[in-house]
Design a binder for this molecule. Structure first.
Ligand code: ZN
Length: 265
């Protein structure tokens, strides 16, 4: 099965992971800028991270025939200090010109603080200024519903093109909010928290197969780079047709990502 992994943090993964996903049909992979498992001590740390995202990882992925793309931002977890966050955001214009950058992401909220929201809104302005698509991280567990509502309000105020915004890590209670307002939704398949394959397929069966994608969001923690393909196999077990499975794991991400000028297969 061919598929696109629309959200993975490969800087935290081994080359064997690239090999494994290539073997099961991964054709392209997108890496949003995020927390690297530790707080960076200076904006220079982000400069090097952006170089890794735009130079090293595309080259590493290419060895396995996978196209690697990335999104740029300072993640909400490290955005609590607005002065620091703005110094990092000032690096974005230099990197946004790179040929594999898709847009601004994954921005969003972590603990739903005022500072996080301010920096989120400033990222939306950067996205508008440079005409970029947007990928959004929603908080976990009990913060998710409130955070999603804050994010939807901020997006509405910023008046962005809703077709070019994907709100990730949706669950049963947030997917309809996102989809009903005309945004795209992403589901993250995690072994421990977030969606299991069964939950993800329930969500698809409840809310439909339009404007939604699945990702592994594999990173430094307990996560599975093969999660998307494992979920696709679960869909087949539930008697979904090959066309439906391909729509969710390949056609849908391709449709959203094709709105980014740098995306191609
Ligand atoms: Zn992520």
């Amino acid at each position: 099965m061919r598929y696109i992994e629309p959200h993975a943090h490969m800087v935290s993964r081994t080359t064997a992971d690239y090999q494994a996903i290539a073997q099961v049909g991964c054709e392209a992979l997108c890496e949003p800028a995020f927390w690297a498992g530790y707080d960076r001590a200076s904006p220079q740390g982000f400069y090097d991270y952006y170089r890794q995202l735009t130079e090293s990882e595309p080259a590493r992925a290419a060895k396995f025939g996978i196209k690697h793309f990335c999104w740029l931002c300072i993640n909400p977890k490290e955005a609590e200090d607005p002065v620091f966050a703005r110094e990092v955001m000032a690096l974005i214009p230099e990197f946004i010109k790179k040929p594999t950058v898709l847009g601004i992401g994954e921005i969003g909220l972590n603990k739903n603080t005022k500072n996080e929201l301010t920096i989120f809104e400033e990222h939306l302005e950067i996205a508008k200024q440079y005409d970029q698509a947007i990928l959004i991280h929603t908080p976990h567990l009990e913060d998710k519903l409130k955070g999603t509502r804050l994010i939807l309000d901020a997006l509405s105020n910023a008046n962005v093109d809703r077709n070019r915004v994907i709100i990730d890590h949706v669950e049963e209670h947030t997917a309809p909010l996102v989809l009903d307002q005309g945004y795209w939704a992403g589901m993250t398949l995690y072994p421990e928290s977030k969606c299991s394959p069964a939950r993800a397929i329930d969500i698809l069966e409840t809310f439909g197969m339009e404007n939604i994608w699945m990702n592994s969001a594999c990173d430094w923690g307990i996560s599975d780079p093969l999660a998307v393909i494992k979920c696709a196999l679960e869909m087949k077990k539930r008697q979904h047709s090959a066309e439906t499975v391909e729509k969710v794991i390949f056609d849908n991400p391709k449709k959203f990502l094709s709105q980014c000028p740098n995306f191609s297969l």
